[in-house]
Ligand binder design. Structure first.
Ligand code: ARG
Length: 589
């Protein structure tokens, strides 16, 4: 099935053609003035030059040709040459029925692709902070959107597990516990199964070591040395590193599980360590990489660059690999293992230049297949109400854990005030709604935009918030539930929507009819924010319909059954939306 907007465009194009104009001018879009019409076409303005005619005249010719249409109606020409129109309600109703009968409500899927999404990207031994929220939530949603679209998607967390921060932690552990066997070069036995530290120890050790390395040159040199020895896989340090990974990863898994964010691969920078020397050799041999001021670089500037793109550094002058190097080796590794059609990276937008360099170098040096699309989705900063980076009340870095706990609590306070909901359920529901508050608060923004984390606003049951949407879904569920229990009730899934009676009902159906095209755009543009905007508009229109319509009390059985059918398809579509955003509605709240 085609998207409704495309069907309307075809119909409009035919009218242009009948009137003697180019059918390509007939592009229809949702009206910018919904008070005047549902749809509009601006093609007459575009055709004015070509046909040396006033746009108004062209528009009138087209409007006359549209008299014969049984799809577009209420056609009106508005100066200077807008063609406003509505869709025929029978046609709209038929379209909604067809959506219900189609897979994924008529979303066109095309050939399924194999895609790797690189998101999350936490650094081992450093606590997750609010900045990590965005990569996790946006990346997870893009993954879900792609899966909904039918692609095979592999989510890789790409841990930061191999850089200087590991050397810092090792150095500090050695200072505190020099007696540990990991530091004894003569030790040949088995290392203890138990890690000699907890995750809280690590969280204290890393910032401590990082601070000290900035003040103490000798300490810093030692950390570099230990990083190097680790990267050479010195037995003791490598075993200790493994312990750090185990403890950290267990904690990361707990945190991501609380966010209901999952990964298929828990690879990291370390995964490709052994591939780096071979890759570097090849880049040298094939003439892509050359020495410049002691470092090894690949040129990636292009003639059409508006700003200077510096060469991509592969090895530092001391021979150390860089962030860029591991990213290039990771591309080569992913190609070899998965032969992906696309790789998508979700990181802070301040890494834009890094990814421009990496992508260009990967293509130039044939590390990535010609046909593999490399994309970077860069996101903005999470700010507090003061416009600065989001902090705790005490002014410290906001940990992700604390943030989730705070929002859980705020939601629990609201939900537990409902005396019908028992304690246990209130807790589970509070977390479910908290996830919606957090994720929707983030995803409703274009990824690249900074946004203000406003706890009060995000947790409100009113306005453009996750809880409001869930509340609306709970309302629909409750009506469907009461209907199912009423006398003479039929299976809601088998009932058919009939032509809308009120304007509010029409508006809701118009919203729903745009679901498939919207989902396609969200897919192509990596834009969960479109799903959010769709949901919010449709939820508002549903609530208007609900407030002015007697649904269960409707005495005309046919009408009532049609309303129930509409509620059912509304709920199904809303559930498809929240599923790709990464949250679900409870039964009550
Ligand atoms: N660990 C990195 C950071 O904290 C993010 C990793 C993103 N992924 C990648 N392949 N570079 O900034």
């Amino acid at each position: 099935m085609h998207y409704l907007i495309d069907e309307l465009t075809t119909e409009m194009g035919k009218a242009f053609e009948t009137a003697g104009y180019d059918p390509a001018l007939g592009r229809v879009q949702v009206s910018a003035r919904p008070d005047l019409a549902q749809y509009q076409c601006n093609g007459a303005m575009a055709g004015a030059k070509k046909y040396h005619k006033a746009p108004f005249v062209i528009a009138q010719d087209v409007a006359n040709a549209l008299q014969a249409s049984d799809i577009l109606e209420n056609v009106q020409v508005v100066k200077p040459g807008f063609i406003n129109c509505d869709v025929n309600t029978e046609f709209l109703t038929g379209y909604i029925r067809e959506m219900e009968a189609s897979d994924h409500f008529g979303l066109e899927t095309g050939d399924p692709k194999t895609v790797i999404i690189d998101y999350g990207g936490p650094n081992v031994a450093k606590p997750l902070h609010v900045g990590h929220l965005r990569s996790a939530v946006i990346g997870d949603s893009i993954k879900r959107i792609m899966r909904y679209h039918g692609d095979t998607v592999i989510g890789d967390i790409h841990l930061g597990d191999w850089g200087l921060q590991m050397g810092l932690v090792i150095t500090e552990l050695k200072k505190r516990h020099p007696e540990l066997p990991y530091f004894d070069p003569n030790f040949t036995g088995e290392y203890p199964a138990e890690a000699p530290f907890t995750v809280s120890d690590l969280e204290e050790i890393y910032p401590f070591a990082s601070k000290r390395s900035k003040e103490d040159k000798e300490y810093y040199a030692e950390a570099l040395e230990n990083t190097h020895r680790l990267q050479e896989k010195e037995r003791g340090l490598y075993a200790l590193w493994q312990k750090i990974i185990d403890v950290s990863v267990a904690d990361l898994k707990k945190n991501y599980a609380r966010l209901d964010v999952t990964f298929d691969l828990w690879n990291g920078e370390s995964t490709v360590n052994d591939l780096i020397p071979g890759m570097v050799d090849r880049l040298k041999k094939e003439g892509y990489a050359y020495e410049s001021e002691g470092a090894l670089v690949v040129d990636v500037a292009e003639d059409s660059d508006a700003k200077e793109i510096p060469p991509c550094m592969i090895l530092k002058s001391d021979g150390a690999a860089l962030y860029t190097t591991t990213d290039l080796a990771t591309i080569e590794d992913r190609e070899a293992r998965y032969n992906p059609d696309a790789i998508v990276y979700v990181t802070d937008k301040r890494q834009e230049l890094h990814f421009i360099q990496v992508f260009r170098a990967a293509k130039k040096c044939h590390l990535a297949d010609e046909n593999c699309t490399l994309s970077h989705v860069g996101f903005g900063t999470v700010n507090g109400k003061d416009g600065h980076a989001f902090k705790t009340r005490e002014g410290g870095v906001m940990r992700l854990e604390t943030l989730i706990t705070d929002i859980d609590q705020a939601m629990y306070d609201k939900i537990s005030s409902n005396p019908d909901i028992p304690e246990d359920e209130a807790k589970t529901t509070a977390h479910q709604v908290a996830l919606a508050a957090i994720k929707y608060g983030d995803l409703q923004n274009q990824p690249a935009k900074d946004y203000i984390f406003d706890t009060e606003k995000f947790t409100s049951f009113e306005g453009n918030t996750g809880p409001y949407l869930l509340y609306t879904m709970v309302r629909i569920k409750s009506i469907l539930h009461r209907y199912a229990e009423s006398e003479g009730a039929k299976d809601a899934a088998k009932l058919k929507v009939a032509s809308p009676i009120s304007k509010a009902e029409t508006n809701l159906m118009l919203d729903l009819s745009g679901f498939n095209a919207m989902m396609d755009e969200a897919y192509r543009d990596f834009a969960p924010n479109r799903v959010c905007a769709f949901l919010y508009q449709a939820a508002n229109d549903f609530n208007s319909f609900y407030h002015e319509t007697k649904i269960l009390a409707e005495p005309d059985v046919q009408k009532k059954e049609s309303y129930i059918a509409l509620l059912k398809v509304t709920l199904d579509i809303f559930e498809a939306c929240t599923a790709v955003l990464g949250f679900t509605a409870p039964e009550r709240m």
